[in-house]
Design a protein around this ligand. Structure first.
Ligand SMILES: Cc1ncc(COP(=O)(O)O)c(C=O)c1O
Length: 397
């Protein structure tokens, strides 16, 4: 008889589910499928040789320390270098405000751990990053949703929601949002802070894509405008250096840092030492910014190619966002067309995307799809969009 694990799971587990994106992408084993589905950086742009140099140097000079346990807050010089980087941008912080996490996804998890009790409400954008929903749901959060338009979250709708509901925190992706690609305007950033302050609600600002801007002017992070210490900021090095290293920086006000560090200790003691040293090497040797420039040049071309290809091949009934940065476009199909239904046909036509309904906390978005433009070269982008256009046109009534 096999052991009955089902009978042993805690209540939380009934709120746990796998990432739809990862499941769908798993289905596409065929290398001929052009995938606009995942959120992957371009494979060919990873600076493997430079990483090798940094690793060799670091192991030669400090190998034993790397193999030893490290501090939960993160490698001291890296925290300092990260703080300096953000201070240059206008953040009012020191290294004491920086916690090095295993990816910004861990930041989402740690913040959930210290703020969420069962049944607490989290206010999220509609649509939003589905793996954040996965993390919040594990803490049995419920959701209040605010739609997104061309200027980001509809902040004008917040006062009514906050008046009627006890909201534990607001989760927002102000720059080149995943999945929609839209950016929160400066006016709305200021309004969001004002209303959050008025109702005493913390903000979790997820800036996974902020450094990947291809057009338009740089806008201040909410954290830069946060005078009352109400914003916890998640920076990520995944999209600008490597997601595989799992190194990110969480920036938190003094008051909340200790609890986050305790949560980090309970989760994994500390972030991988070697990965932190690689990140530090890139900052210390001034390798990161030139690398980001290379990525920006390449992704800008890929974004433009995808936009042009859609203009050329998609029928006039289809619309899409034109993001200033990040790695995603958000497509709206004609009303009544379901992107989940189309998915199998698309895979047969050897192109893949993520159906938009995955990104809605309360359902909806059936006629939306998310397209990634960072992981395919321009030729593949053109071909993939042609294939997708045929599928869409074949389903027009
Ligand atoms: C909006 C957003 N936040 C956070 C993450 C997690 O990134 P990481 O944990 O690699 O820093 C992602 C990854 O795709 C994302 O899109």
């Amino acid at each position: 008889m096999t052991f009955d694990w089902e009978a042993k799971y805690c209540e939380r587990v009934s709120h746990m589910y796998g990432s739809m994106t990862r499941q769908l992408m798993h289905l596409i084993a065929d290398p001929e499928v052009i995938s606009f589905g995942g959120g992957l950086p371009a494979w060919e742009l990873f600076p493997v040789e430079k990483v090798k140099e940094v690793v060799d140097h670091t192991l030669d000079s400090d190998g034993a320390a790397i193999l030893q346990y490290g501090t939960s807050e993160g490698y001291g010089p890296l925290r300092m270098a990260v703080a300096e980087r953000y201070v240059k941008r206008g953040f009012d912080i020191t290294d004491e405000n920086v916690l090095i996490t295993s990816g910004s996804q861990q930041g989402i998890d740690l913040v959930s751990k210290i703020l969420l009790d069962k049944g607490n409400a989290v206010l999220v954008e509609d649509p939003t990053f589905l793996t954040a929903l996965q993390a919040f749901s594990l803490f049995q959060a419920r959701y209040l949703t605010v739609p997104v338009d061309g200027e980001g979250m509809r902040v004008d709708l917040l006062p009514e929601i906050l008046e009627d509901n006890d909201v534990k925190f607001i989760y927002v992706i102000p720059n080149f949002q995943n999945p929609s690609g839209v950016t929160l305007s400066l006016k709305r950033r200021k309004e969001l802070l004002k209303v959050a302050q008025q109702y005493g609600v913390p903000i979790l600002e997820d800036d996974a894509y902020g450094e990947l801007r291809y057009s338009g002017e740089v806008l201040p992070a909410l954290k830069e405008l946060d005078e009352g210490g109400q914003v916890i900021y998640l920076g990520s090095f995944s999209k600008v250096l490597s997601p595989g290293l799992r190194v990110s920086a969480l920036i938190a006000p003094d008051g909340v840092m200790e609890k986050l560090v305790f949560a980090k200790q309970a989760a994994d003691l500390h972030t991988d030492n070697l990965a932190q040293r690689i990140m530090y090497g890139f900052l210390e040797r001034d390798l990161l910014d030139p690398h980001i420039q290379i990525i920006i040049e390449s992704y800008r071309k890929r974004r433009d190619r995808m936009l042009q290809a859609m203009e050329r091949h998609f029928p006039s009934e289809v619309t899409w966002t034109k993001p200033d940065g990040g790695i995603f476009l958000w497509v709206t199909l004609p009303e009544g067309m379901d992107a989940m239904d189309l998915f199998q046909q698309a895979v047969q036509a050897k192109v893949a995307y993520v159906p938009g309904s995955c990104y809605y906390a309360d359902g909806g978005g059936e006629n939306k799809m998310r397209l990634n433009f960072s992981a395919c070269d321009e030729q593949k982008i053109e071909l993939g969009i042609q294939r997708l256009a045929k599928v869409i046109i074949g389903n027009l009534t």
